[in-house]
Design a protein. Structure first.
Length: 356
């Protein structure tokens, strides 16, 4: 495996621009929707969207199981289904705010969305297959193939047996009430609530129970926190506490700066944390924090709505929002340093000009 790409400072490269155009984010005005319309859901595709023939496609469950299974889409769709709302966020969301930055998808803050996923609980299928003695992890394999840092592989990730059996882990064939779109993993994807998005393997075709731990590149090398090139700290797992606001007023086409009419303005947004419910959200106005109202967590795996009434006085304002989860974890004011730009949950800042 060749070395990690060296970090960049300054201008964006054509490669980053190409990745950004392929892997577009959720427009922040879509924060007004409880459930992100499928066409506005953010997208992260490492390689190409693979060609899949749904008629001949099979999901194979094997390895250290008592009964290997092979199921077609219709067979899966006949099993008891569950629909649940889940917020997904890319682990690299916010990467572009960090300097030096890792050359990869240059998310600013838009790599997050919420959809309603329908499918079969993974635990139900694993109970059918029956895990054999010694099974420690499950490897989830996607049909998409490519190279990263010189290594050819199919996108694959693992979860421990305990994580796989958790409530809410779903093999989804529908998104927002319609068949899974190609870009979101048709015909079947894994959905792992509360975790950063990389765990939710798309274009799933095989689940393999293994002894020990999976050494695939996307598991053992990528998706770890690092502060220096030589080290490998904790793996990226649960989403850190985070929040965003719908930018108020109207934007300038090029700079995206906002213009807002003076007076009472309702600022609304969403907050989420992989660790649990949101306890508090504050709205910042030029450095002064005001409390916001947070709606209760009605859907356990989805973001929570919040709003605050802002008395907008004429002049230039920097608005910000900051959430705290029930564990007491609070968003930092500045991006936490990470070499790959993972886990940046620093507060969002929106520049607004208030006019009479
Ligand atoms: N097979 C496969 N699964 C994948 C990926 C991928 O490139 N290939 N990208 C992962 C990453 S990094 C994220 S953030 C989510 C994004 O899911 P979405 O595109 O449906 O929003 O899918 C994950 N699952
Ligand atoms: Mo991601």
């Amino acid at each position: 495996m060749s070395a990690r790409r060296p970090p960049l400072v300054g201008r964006y490269t054509l490669e980053e621009l190409a990745l950004a155009a392929r892997n577009r984010g959720m427009p922040l005005e879509a924060l007004r929707d409880d459930v992100t319309p499928s066409g506005l859901h953010y997208l992260l595709v490492h390689f190409d969207i693979p060609p899949v023939d749904a008629a001949s496609w099979r999901l194979r469950i094997g390895g250290r199981v008592q009964r290997a299974l092979e199921l077609g889409l219709e067979e899966l769709q006949r099993l008891p289904a569950r629909t649940q709302r889940v917020t997904l966020e890319c682990a690299g969301n916010g990467r572009a705010q960090v300097s030096p930055r890792y050359p990869s998808v240059p998310w600013i803050e838009e790599g997050v969305s919420t959809a309603e996923w329908t499918g079969v609980p993974l635990a139900a299928l694993l109970e059918r297959a029956g895990l054999a003695a010694g099974a420690g992890e499950l490897v989830f394999r996607g049909l998409d193939r490519g190279f990263d840092r010189g290594v050819e592989h199919e996108f694959a990730r693992s979860l421990t047996v305990a994580e796989s059996m958790r409530e809410g882990v779903l093999l989804a064939y529908a998104m927002n009430g319609a068949p899974l779109p190609p870009q979101h993993g048709a015909p079947l994807r894994l959905v792992v609530p509360r975790w950063y998005g990389m765990a939710s393997v798309k274009w799933l075709h095989a689940i393999e129970a293994i002894e020990g731990s999976f050494d695939g590149l996307q598991q053992a090398s990528s998706y770890h926190f690092r502060t220096t090139p030589g080290e490998k700290l904790a793996p990226c797992t649960l989403m850190r506490v985070n929040s965003l606001m719908t930018p108020p007023g109207i934007p300038d086409f090029y700079s995206r700066r906002r213009t807002v009419q003076a007076g009472r303005v309702v600022i609304a947004g969403r907050a989420w944390s992989g660790a649990g419910a949101i306890a508090r959200v504050e709205l910042g106005d030029n450095g002064t924090w005001l409390p916001a109202q947070v709606e209760p967590a009605a859907h356990g795996f989805a973001w929570q709505k919040w709003h605050a009434v802002w008395d907008a006085a004429p002049g230039a304002h920097e608005l910000a929002c900051r959430a705290t989860d029930e564990r007491g974890e609070c968003q930092p004011l500045a991006p936490p340093w990470d070499l790959s730009g993972f886990g940046n949950n620093a507060v969002q800042r929106v520049h607004v000009l208030v006019v009479e």
